[in-house]
Design a protein around this ligand. Structure first.
Ligand code: TA6
Length: 293
């Protein structure tokens, strides 16, 4: 179902029979809402989000492509997040299509202007699926239709909604190497137990397991994030820096946590005709759940 969202921008709404739903804007190919079958919102979206080009929407799942962060010469996080995508009416077959799932296919192709800032031809297809249990799945496929190879970095800049950042723990990133955006350009190694939050964090964990658990004690909810084709995971909470971000409320950092499947340290290179696939799968389960089960 396509309808009008904020500022008359087109959005697609997916509904699953048991009541879960997801919404995505064609602007940015950007998922802005994911609700469970009780209607509870699971993604963070800033009350100050600006739904107006060229600003990317603050919250949900921005797509960072063809550059993550400032790891290159392009603007921060590339440009896919502030371009208009289209509905892909005839996507090439996906290997894992199941008919009982709600899904939609979006496509982004560079314009003449885009080719001036990043001179590579490609087709970027994004399938957004809502599984029967309310799981949210994003599958990106990027095909090189150029005559030369190109390389890119990427992230699903996922903003999860949490009750209180101080009560949240991440499992699955302990003892890993990471790059710290707030420090020098060297590698650090995470020590000790699960990751908790008491100040600003902006880290890129390298070569992580495919499964990461985000445990929200107060809500008694665990997000289980699975990823494929994306070796790294960015963890970001701006804490007090939220005050300097115009489209984020001063205290909203308490209710958000970004955990972002990414390919940052090693760029992905595609030869002409090659296709890359990167997947994010999110589920939200009651916290009696133990990771590993
Ligand atoms: O993913 C973390 C990060 O790269 C941080 O460094 C922080 O700047 C954040 O993304 C938000 O970036 P944005 O361009 O959306 O303001």
């Amino acid at each position: 179902e396509i309808c009008k969202g904020v500022n008359g921008l087109d959005k697609v709404v997916l509904r699953e029979v048991r009541g879960s739903s997801a919404e995505m804007y064609l602007y940015g190919g950007h998922v802005t809402s994911w609700r469970n079958d009780h209607g509870e919102e699971l993604l963070f979206l800033s009350t100050k989000a600006i739904f107006k080009p060229p600003k990317a929407i603050r919250g949900g799942i921005p797509i960072c492509f063809p550059q993550f962060g400032s790891h290159g010469n392009l603007d921060q996080h590339g440009f896919a997040r502030n371009r208009f995508w289209s509905i892909d009416a005839n996507p090439p077959p996906f290997p894992t299509v199941s008919t009982n799932k709600a899904f939609t296919d979006l496509i982004f192709k560079p314009s003449e202007e885009d080719l001036k800032i990043w001179p590579h031809s490609y087709e970027f297809r994004l399938r957004i699926t809502l599984g029967p249990g309310g799981d949210l799945m994003l599958t990106s496929r990027i095909r090189n239709i150029d005559t030369k190879p190109f390389s890119f970095t990427f992230a699903y800049h996922t903003y999860l909604s949490v009750s209180d950042i101080s009560e949240v723990r991440i499992e699955g990133l302990e003892t890993l190497d990471y790059l710290d955006n707030l420090k020098a350009k060297e590698r650090f190694t995470e020590q000790g137990d699960a990751i908790t939050f008491e100040a600003e964090v902006d880290k890129i964990y390298l070569g992580t397991p495919t499964k990461i658990a985000i445990i929200d004690h107060e809500k008694k909810r665990t997000f289980v994030l699975r990823k494929d084709g994306l070796p790294d995971a960015v963890v970001w909470n701006p804490w007090e820096k939220a005050k300097s971000i115009a489209d984020l409320g001063d205290d909203e950092y308490k209710h958000m946590l970004c955990v972002e499947p990414a390919a940052v340290e090693k760029a992905i290179t595609l030869k002409p005709g090659e296709e890359w696939k990167g997947r994010l799968e999110l589920s939200a389960v009651p916290s009696s759940y133990r990771s590993g089960q």
